[in-house]
Design a binder for this molecule. Structure first.
Ligand SMILES: C[S@@+](CC[C@H](N)C(=O)[O-])C[C@H]1O[C@@H](n2cnc3c(N)ncnc32)[C@H](O)[C@@H]1O
Length: 284
């Protein structure tokens, strides 16, 4: 039996996050969180924890919802962002992730933090959300939409589960048009997206997500480019990735150091992408 393209993609995502390099890297460098930090001017690039909390607080402010509002975290990882939204912004957060080991860890961490009443987790694919229509006051994605096999279908789902007037906030990457960057930069983008299972990033050229949001019926759309605010962390990862990437190259085991390769390529070819905050309101 042959698999549908979206199932092949889910398998690739699984392999990418299940690999030793991903598990060890995210756990020991970022405490399990898997998003970039937001740096204020002059802040050292090595202040990972502070910068990640600043990024999460920016998310909380962009959502702008009152205490107790019901929010969906699509692609929640181990739930660190969901807990930040619950503790620091008073939200009632449900997280979905396709990886069962992430959801198990998210529930464990929330139990330990006595946050099981305000954070809820379940395995799910954001292209087919396991919730009724009009379930949430807000929905956010934090660095997951690049993995989508079908961005339009995912946005339709986001609109379905959001209440009319519900707030959507997406912290996501976009791509510079191919003809504005070098062949090397395009080849690097292609390689990073192939090996880290990020098909949507290849098609989400600057502005495309906002057009898609409009087509999906979202209004009050706004985008802010915050690449400069996350670049210090990208530059730190570039340095951290140097040795493992070199070892991978000389041993012929490059395929085992995808994160190191991505860190090197993303920073070297930083003209090929941007990082933005996209906000919109569901029309219902
Ligand atoms: C870079 S991590 C970000 C995790 C979390 N948002 C954070 O900031 O720590 C991307 C996450 O999206 C999840 N993901 C990818 N595709 C998904 C899908 N179709 N449905 C649900 N989760 C998905 C992955 O399993 C992974 O945990």
């Amino acid at each position: 039996m042959s698999l549908a393209p979206e199932d092949v993609n889910l398998q690739k995502i699984w392999r990418y996050y299940d690999r030793g390099e991903s598990r060890i890297g995210y756990r020991y460098i970022l405490g399990g969180t898997k998003h970039f930090g937001y740096y204020e001017p002059g802040q050292t690039r090595w202040a990972f924890a502070a910068a990640m909390r600043q990024m999460e607080d920016r998310l909380g402010r962009e959502l702008g919802l009152g205490a107790g509002a019901r929010v969906l975290d699509a692609g929640c990882g181990v739930g660190n962002v969901a807990r930040a939204m619950a503790v620091r912004h008073g939200l009632d957060v449900t997280g979905v992730d396709i990886l069962d080991f992430n959801i198990a860890e998210a529930a464990r961490r929330s139990g330990k933090a006595r946050l099981s009443g305000r954070t809820h987790f379940r395995v799910g694919d954001y292209h087919h959300l396991p919730f009724p229509d009009d379930s949430f006051d807000g929905l956010y994605t934090m660095e997951t939409f690049v993995h989508s096999a079908d961005p339009k279908a995912a946005l339709a789902e986001f609109g379905r589960v959001l209440k009319p007037g519900g707030k959507l906030v997406m912290f996501e990457y976009s791509r510079t048009p191919d003809d504005q960057v070098s062949a090397e930069a395009n080849a690097a983008m292609q390689r990073v997206c192939d090996e880290a299972a990020m098909p949507a990033w290849l098609m989400l050229y600057h502005g495309v997500l906002d057009e898609m949001l409009g087509d999906a019926g979202f209004t009050n759309r706004q985008s802010v480019d915050i690449t400069a605010n996350m670049m210090p962390m990208a530059s730190a990862f570039y340095l951290i990735g140097k040795f493992p990437f070199w070892v991978g190259r000389v041993t012929g085991l490059e395929y085992k150091v995808v994160n190191a390769m991505s860190a090197r390529m993303m920073f070297r070819y930083k003209e090929a992408w941007r990082y933005g905050i996209h906000t919109a309101v569901n029309t219902g």
